[in-house]
Ligand binder design. Structure first.
Ligand SMILES: [Cu+2]
Length: 190
């Protein structure tokens, strides 16, 4: 009996060690997230009912969008970009999606197409001056913003109502990437 108990205890310990080790490997690896994980990440950006009806797309390595799930409500959600430090999943309407395509593709967004985006997962960090920075450096004004919504593609007169300095107070509305074709309003919601 005693021997059996020792063997059983040993096996339990072994399997516990195995599980812990596998988890450590999973957390430390650069393995790309599964579609299921990407859908969950993308959906975290919007209120549940909006996320439920949204199309979910993921960006492929070549910059092309891959549809993970078709939606019905006109919103499109994208998962966190693992290349950037903080969480940045987003859900956007059609105009904002066109704006995001322009930003990702380094082209000018179409004028007169105001769009709206949710970024409710919080903790988003980014350079406030360089639309293409993906990590902090000495002069790119890396800032952190909690859960927020964004207005993109609006007229200059709209953005002129808000702070446009490089190091803004991110607890109140401010303009990100001011003076670039991709300037947009960041408005905290918490
Ligand atoms: Cu944002």
């Amino acid at each position: 009996m005693r021997t059996l108990k020792i063997i059983v205890t040993g096996m339990v310990m072994l399997s516990t060690t195995f599980i812990l080790t596998t988890n450590v490997f999973a957390a430390g690896s650069k393995k790309p997230p599964t579609d299921k994980q990407m859908i969950a990440s993308a959906m975290s950006a919007a209120p549940p009912k909006v996320a439920k009806g949204a199309t979910i797309v993921a960006m492929e390595a070549d910059g092309k969008m891959r549809t993970l799930r078709e939606g019905t409500n006109g919103f499109t959600c994208m998962p966190d970009n693992p290349a950037t430090p903080g969480p940045d999943p987003m859900c956007m309407d059609k105009n904002a999606l066109e704006w995001a395509h322009a930003w990702i593709g380094h082209t000018n967004p179409a004028p007169g197409k105001v769009g709206f985006m949710y970024m409710l997962s919080g903790g988003t960090d980014a350079s406030n001056t360089d639309p293409y920075a993906n990590k902090p450096d000495a002069k790119n004004h890396w800032i952190k913003t909690g859960p927020h919504i964004m207005i993109v593609g609006a007229d200059q007169s709209f953005y002129d109502m808000y702070p446009k300095n490089a190091d803004p107070d991110t607890k109140v509305p401010y303009v990100m990437w001011a003076g670039t074709p991709y300037q947009h309003l960041m408005a905290p919601v918490k």
